[in-house]
Design a protein around this ligand. Structure first.
Ligand SMILES: [Zn+2]
Ligand SMILES: [Zn+2]
Length: 250
């Protein structure tokens, strides 16, 4: 099993993060953001890729917020725009149908042409090398987690002991568990299910108490764990995001 993935997996399961897989994903994403704003940006091979792909909306936003290399971002944007323009704009200009005259009659050819250019634009806009690398890394991490659970007793203990995975990452783990032998899957899924069940129960209680705090009769009762229960529920339901921050700031 690949060691380069085992160290960050161990670190994430030792961290205080609610979901260790969210933690792994954020760290990997940060590395790729830094990679694309770092020296790689001037390498012809990288530029050949980013000229074609650009970045998805989410990662463009994150690149925009990291102010480390504004010039690099500008250079990359310049050549990407040129590439996109050369690919699309000429066809777009030629796609406008001629107005149907009395002699020429009507044609529906233009419809297919417009849809095909729209498809090409949609496809290019959604390309993102950071998403590709991230998906690839996450696949490795999930494989390594299942492998370590079966082969490393210390890790198994960490996995079983109170760690809660968010639901999207629970789904990822389940898909990987479906590839295990029946005995391995039995053990792994039992541990996963019991932590998911415990997480649901405690969040439901905490969010209920959060709502009860709005009743004036509970004014004096302490918040306990319920104060950030909405944000914790959001993280549980859909992975961690910056806008689930308890402070409400982005
Ligand atoms: Zn997660
Ligand atoms: Zn992306």
């Amino acid at each position: 099993m690949e060691k380069i993935y085992m160290i960050p997996v161990n670190d994430a399961y030792q961290s205080s993060a609610a979901c260790p897989i969210c933690e792994l994903k954020q760290k990997a994403e940060q590395n790729y953001l830094e990679y694309y704003l770092g020296p790689s940006l001037m390498e012809p091979d990288t530029r050949k890729i980013t000229n074609k792909t650009g970045f998805c909306p989410e990662h463009m936003g994150k690149l925009n917020q990291s102010v480390t290399n504004r010039l690099g971002l500008g250079l990359m944007m310049h050549t990407h725009l040129k590439d996109f323009n050369e690919d699309i704009t000429k066809d777009l200009v030629n796609a406008a149908p001629g107005k149907a005259g009395l002699i020429k009659g009507r044609t529906t050819d233009y419809k297919a042409k417009l849809n095909s250019i729209a498809d090409r634009i949609d496809k290019r806009v959604s390309l993102c090398p950071i998403c590709d690398k991230l998906n690839d890394a996450m696949e490795h991490y999930i494989e390594v987690i299942c492998w370590m659970y079966a082969h490393d007793p210390a890790f198994k203990e960490k996995f079983t002991d109170g760690k809660c995975h968010c639901l999207p990452h629970t789904a990822l783990l389940l898909r990987q568990a479906a590839k295990l032998s029946q005995n391995e899957a039995a053990d792994f899924v039992t541990a996963l299910a019991s932590s998911t069940e415990a997480n649901f129960t405690s969040l439901i209680d905490d969010v209920e108490f959060f709502t009860l705090k709005f009743d004036y009769r509970n004014n004096d009762k302490p918040w306990g764990n319920s104060k950030n229960s909405i944000q914790r529920s959001m993280r549980f339901l859909s992975s961690d995001r910056r806008d689930f921050d308890e402070t409400g700031k982005r």
